[in-house]
Design a protein around this ligand. Structure first.
Ligand code: ZN
Length: 233
């Protein structure tokens, strides 16, 4: 690297560090060092691949340590994998996309539909008294509400179905799932993994680590900053 490029790289590194300091470290300092290096390929393993998710629907695919953007820059629209060919119309124009059944708004919609037939859940009170959110569903699930647990597990199955498709196609090493839907923690991660195991080729599944993102909503700006740094130097 030339002296000027090295200077620009150092400058961008300082900007990224400042961004990380201001956005991440006050609340998630223990996680920051562990997650940032995962964006880069691990030394001596050119065949490694990883896939990270900022929010459900938009995946960043990293193959052999490089971001895979596709022929027109739209690679990674995993949220628009068809889950139900007869399902609801999606914002993309297709029907039954993963987003139509597994995004936060879709969880609320499905919960409302089910609550019309099941009034025993604590969510019934939420539904009657206010416009509850997917966070409320996750909270009720964490409190042990059977109905909310069922909704979260069903969502995990839908996501797992999409992830199994990704794993079969790319045979990648790691899936990092983020976004508000993952706030339910193990309650949603476990059914996701079980569904992937049920649907994916065993040889693909057994080499893929499926984890929740540690940086939460801060992962995307940090990743964008790192990409901008790499593109400029
Ligand atoms: Zn769609």
């Amino acid at each position: 690297m030339s002296d000027s490029r090295a200077a620009r790289a150092e400058s961008f590194d300082r900007v990224v560090d400042l961004a990380i300091d201001s956005v991440v470290r006050p609340s998630a300092a223990p996680h920051a060092p562990a997650v940032i290096p995962s964006i880069a390929p691990e030394s001596g393993s050119a065949s490694r691949a990883a896939l990270q998710v900022r929010v459900l629907g938009h995946f960043a695919i990293i193959l052999d340590g490089k971001l895979w953007t596709g022929a027109s820059g739209f690679a990674g629209e995993v949220g628009h994998i068809t889950i139900d060919a007869e399902g609801l119309e999606c914002v993309c124009g297709n029907t039954g996309c993963l987003e139509t059944v597994a995004s936060a708004p879709s969880i609320v919609r499905r919960a409302r539909e089910r609550l019309n037939r099941d009034s025993t859940s604590s969510l019934s009170r939420l539904g009657l008294n206010k416009n509850f959110t997917a966070d409320d569903v996750a909270h009720a699930a964490n409190e042990g509400d059977d109905f909310a647990l069922m909704m979260i597990e069903r969502t995990g199955k839908y996501i797992g179905t999409g992830v199994a498709t990704v794993i079969n196609l790319l045979n990648i090493e790691r899936i990092v799932l983020g976004g508000g839907v993952m706030d339910a923690g193990a309650l949603i991660l476990n059914p996701i993994i079980q569904e992937v195991k049920r649907r994916a080729f065993l040889r693909c599944f057994e080499v893929t680590e499926i984890v929740a993102a540690k940086l939460g909503p801060d992962a995307a700006p940090i990743g964008a900053a790192l990409l901008a740094r790499d593109a400029a130097v």
